[in-house]
Design a binder for this molecule. Structure first.
Ligand code: HEC
Length: 120
């Protein structure tokens, strides 16, 4: 998905993003219920428009959802974290996951807190 300026999410998630799911998460997308160990990654890159085309720029943030029903019971069974740029250690969320991420994802409670539906 490409989120352009003017979109309600452009401040936080403007750019081009790809989503990746491990096998357990793929199973969750198929059944509507995600098992422990499911991991979904939101890979956000800058979107560069030039010559009537949009291409990828640098990485802005990597958002991660990790299912562990017990450990993350307070946030719907999902652990949420963001990693800045290409860093694997520089966390963008930390203890604020409930307000920074979960609060918005609760609108999808009936779908186990995920927004997208994979292409058939
Ligand atoms: C204001 C609302 C909002 C907030 C805040 C938010 N998200 Fe999301 N998130 C979305 C939407 C909308 C999508 C679907 C994007 C798409 O269609 O590609 C999404 C998709 C995702 C996905 C892919 C799985 C899915 O739900 O389809 C992950 C992983 C994710 N977000 C992680 C995070 C993390 C980590 C945070 C906190 C840093 C966060 N999100 C904060 C709205 C939000």
């Amino acid at each position: 998905m490409v989120i352009n300026p003017g979109h309600p999410l452009s401040e936080a998630f403007g750019g081009i993003h790809h989503l990746y799911a491990n096998k357990k998460a793929v199973k969750g997308y198929q059944t509507g219920k995600f098992p422990d160990g499911a991991v979904i990654v939101f890979d956000l890159l800058e979107a560069r428009s030039a010559d009537n085309a949009v291409t990828e720029g640098g990485r802005k943030v990597v958002g991660v959802m990790h299912k562990d029903a017990r450990k993350y019971a307070a946030t719907g069974g999902w652990g949420f974290e963001g990693f800045k740029g290409d860093s694997m250690t520089d966390r963008a969320v930390g203890k604020d996951a409930a307000t920074a991420c979960y609060q918005c994802h609760t609108s999808r409670k009936d779908r186990d807190y995920v927004f997208i539906q994979p292409r058939k």
